[in-house]
Design a protein around this ligand. Structure first.
Ligand SMILES: O=C[C@H](O)[C@H](O)[C@H](O)COP(=O)(O)O
Length: 257
């Protein structure tokens, strides 16, 4: 998105590239800035998808162990609440995404308007990432997946039980679509999807702390108080930007140049 990328202009040299359906557009926009602008930039991926995008675009690939401080990370989201807290991990990338979000001076989300929600978990729209990976555009397969929780494989049954006790009655292991068995993250872990009642989702920061304390949990797909800004692409091509301080702006189609 043009306006999100504008935030990445200037002196930015180390850029984190997140995962999801909007990220290819971000990379496209970066490439369009030309080789002269990009020659001194290093791009850090959050997983397989973004690594491929960076390599295919002939941008310089780096890793977070070389660059533990990132100027700006641009990522997608499954859902964003009114305080810019996010659910992420529909594509099972949330561990690396959170590392790159924390490493970044500025963390920016680019998402489509269906991800904009008052309270996390209320939105029936969820990640299209898995569907895109399966080569299908069938967005009628929407589901309420809850909070993605990456777990050490040997501990998943214990963590499932813990999550149910915490209030997620329907917590379940995420199963692969084209493979018999569970999906395995880029880090070799399993992912549990844990829907929680609205009352608990209204305070995602407290819920995040509770889930994170469960032994066997590697990372939780709740990103609280992290986003500096979220850019929502609207159906008509315009963009609505919301900042963490409550400020919002609207850009019409022509500002996308
Ligand atoms: O694990 C995946 C990431 O958190 C994605 O950023 C998130 O799932 C959004 O993906 P999409 O834009 O494909 O819905």
């Amino acid at each position: 998105m043009a306006c999100a990328q504008r935030k990445a202009d200037g002196d930015v040299q180390v850029i984190g590239i997140g995962s999801g359906s909007t990220v290819p557009f971000v990379v496209e926009r970066i490439v369009a800035q030309g080789p002269e602008v990009n020659k001194d930039r290093v791009f850090i991926p959050t997983g397989f998808q973004s690594k491929e995008l960076i390599v295919e675009a002939h941008l310089r690939l780096g890793d977070v162990d070389q660059y533990p401080t990132i100027d700006v990370t641009i990522d997608g989201a499954d859902e964003v609440d009114k305080d810019l807290n996010c659910i992420k991990g529909g594509g099972a990338c949330h561990l690396r995404e959170k590392v790159l979000a924390e490493a970044a001076d500025t963390w920016i989300i680019v998402a489509d308007y269906r991800k904009n929600s008052d309270v996390l978990g209320k939105n029936v729209w969820s990640s299209s990432t898995a569907m895109c990976r399966n080569g299908s555009d069938d967005v009628t397969l929407q589901w309420k997946q809850g909070v993605p929780v990456e777990v050490a494989p040997f501990a998943y049954v214990k963590v499932l039980q813990n999550l149910r006790t915490l209030g997620s009655e329907k917590a379940s292991l995420r199963m692969a679509k084209m493979k018999a068995g569970p999906i395995v993250s880029d880090n070799g872990n399993f992912v549990i999807d844990a829907p929680f009642p609205e009352e608990q989702m209204k305070d995602p920061f407290t819920l995040l702390g509770r889930i994170k304390m469960l032994t066997g949990v590697v990372e939780v797909g709740l990103f609280c108080h992290m986003a500096k800004a979220v850019y929502f692409g609207n159906q008509d091509g315009s963009v609505t930007a919301k900042w963490h301080d409550g400020h919002a702006e609207h850009y019409d189609n022509s500002s996308e140049d």
